[in-house]
Design a protein around this ligand. Structure first.
Ligand code: CDP
Length: 225
């Protein structure tokens, strides 16, 4: 009998390594990788285009999200993010968007719209989805739930390197502040806050290599097959 197609949820704060690890796990299992943070970032990008840069425009942003077409496509081994057919893969990583995305993602109707899209993408299983509320809200029945953490210091260092490689000019201390602020807003928001699901496996990756984290997750997947 063919292996069953699992749903794998990976949640955690900014810079804990979710996307790196999720991509590698998806590659190993030949599963689809779904970056839900990229979807919130794409809506934030659209909001900025329209000048909707605060919660004062909550209803307008909700309408934009409802009408938006977001797609994630693998091209030449890289996940490309499209919103209304525009490739926004690189631009959604900008500091401006990182600062505004936790604000936009507090809007209940934006979340509802995106959660529906995310569940549709996962309907057949065979997915690795990363975000903040995957194990608690989007896929509460995922067979494998991981909550990745690491110290703020370590996360800021990792993010700094990643952004420098993408050509952004960044300052480590500023990044530390940005990450901590984003963590606070994400953890304290009323709807779908950043929190580990009761049945999630906690992995502190501060002293783990990427390969060790990937192997640990694959081991957990094997137990669920
Ligand atoms: O990659 P990084 O950890 O910086 O963050 P991300 O996964 O790209 O997510 C960016 C932001 O989107 C988060 O800080 C949250 O405010 C929001 N988000 C969310 O609310 N729910 C999700 N499932 C994913 C992201």
């Amino acid at each position: 009998m063919a292996d069953k197609l699992l749903k794998i949820a990976i949640d955690g704060p900014a810079g804990a390594g979710k996307s790196t690890v999720a991509k590698l796990v998806a590659l190993r299992l030949n599963y689809l990788y779904i970056d839900t943070g990229a979807m919130y970032r794409a809506i934030t990008y659209l909001a900025i285009q329209y000048g909707y840069n605060s919660l004062d425009y909550e209803n307008n942003i909700a309408e934009l999200a409802e009408a938006a077409t977001i797609s994630l496509e693998n091209r030449e081994n890289r996940l490309h993010v499209f919103v209304n057919e525009q490739d926004v893969t690189d631009v959604i990583r900008s500091p401006e968007i990182s600062a505004l995305v936790p604000v936009i993602s507090q809007i209940a109707s934006v979340r509802n719209t995106l959660v529906v899209k995310q569940r549709e993408l996962a309907v057949n299983g065979g997915v690795v989805m990363d975000g903040r509320d995957i194990g608690t809200r989007v896929l509460p029945n995922a067979e494998v739930k991981i909550f990745l953490t690491a110290s703020v210091e370590e996360r800021a260092k990792r993010r700094c390197l990643e952004l420098q490689q993408k050509g952004f000019k960044v300052d480590l201390n500023e990044l530390k502040v940005e990450i901590s602020e984003r963590d606070n807003i994400d953890s304290e928001r009323k709807i779908d806050p950043l929190i580990a699901a009761k049945d999630a496996v906690m992995l502190d990756t501060s002293y783990m290599t990427i390969q060790e984290v990937v192997d640990k997750i694959l081991e957990l997947c094997k137990e669920r097959l």
